[in-house]
Unconditional design. Structure first.
Length: 276
């Protein structure tokens, strides 16, 4: 038992140290990337830390097994270098027995990673998606603060809303402006004003749309006469997603494992196999 406790302590100590270093590296790298998205107005800055916290279990379920592998290499490598393995072998500890001792900490790590993969990570992913689906933190409109003009460097976009309903997230008095260069190299400005606006999410695809109601859209070249005016009751626009951004996680990642077990959808089955 003393040998088992000694080897387990060595393996677990190295595993925790390696996992912590890997977590700091990956976490800081992702945080810097997401912080850049917040700086450009793609997501709200005040939800960065909560979203990263909810996604922490997803990082750990990948880091801990790698940390265990490296921890075994480092701990047993040190034992060989300092001739402790020779002493253990002389005391009757065979390679088979050594492998059995190694499986003890590996079993506890398996339980931890299994709980993270099957329960904690999906729960965290669902909560982070709930935060990101809030209209006040939606991509492209996340920085909207009632009564304040917000600018984005992309397309020289400007957005404004008079008020945002605290419960429903419906925006009142929406103003959107952007500038794009047409095929002839002439800048065209598009200004959209609407009485109401709302972020609509399609459950089946996870795609999000900005739906504006009762408004007008003006498109033309500043100083020119070729303006186009459109009156609409409802106007929808797809909110693009960044493939490697904070919203890159698939909607299936937030589904409970029991729901995946009952599903016949190929995407759900693939997600279940990944968790297992």
């Amino acid at each position: 038992m003393r040998i088992l406790r000694y080897l387990s302590r060595e393996v677990m100590t190295h595993m925790v140290a390696v996992s912590f270093i890997l977590l700091v590296i990956i976490f800081s790298g992702r945080f810097v990337k997401y912080l850049a998205e917040a700086a450009t107005g793609d997501i709200a800055a005040d939800i960065l830390l909560p979203v990263m916290f909810y996604r922490l279990p997803g990082f750990l379920e990948l880091i801990i097994p790698l940390g265990l592998f490296i921890g075994i290499l480092m701990s047993y490598g040190r034992l060989y270098v300092e001739s402790e393995m020779v002493i253990l072998s002389a005391c009757g500890v065979s390679p088979t027995r050594l492998a059995a001792y190694t499986l003890v900490p590996a079993f506890f790590v398996m339980v931890i990673v299994g709980s993270l993969s099957l329960y904690v990570s999906p729960l965290g992913a669902a909560k982070s998606e709930a935060l990101l689906d809030d209209p006040r933190s939606s991509q492209g409109l996340n920085a909207l603060v009632a009564g304040r003009f917000q600018t984005r460097r992309k397309n020289n976009a400007v957005s404004y809303t008079e008020a945002i309903h605290a419960e429903t997230g419906v925006m009142q008095g929406v103003f959107l402006s952007s500038t794009k260069v047409n095929d002839e190299g002439v800048p065209r400005m598009t200004v959209t004003v609407a009485a109401e606006g709302e972020i609509i999410t399609k459950p089946e695809s996870g795609a999000r749309y900005l739906e504006l109601r009762d408004g007008y859209q003006y498109e033309g070249t500043p100083g020119g006469l070729d303006y186009r005016i459109i009156s609409f009751e409802r106007f929808g626009e797809l909110i693009p997603e960044k493939k490697d951004g904070i919203r890159s996680a698939a909607p299936v990642d937030g589904k409970p494992t029991l729901e995946l077990l009952k599903s016949a959808d190929p995407e759900d089955i693939a997600a279940l196999h990944w968790r297992l």
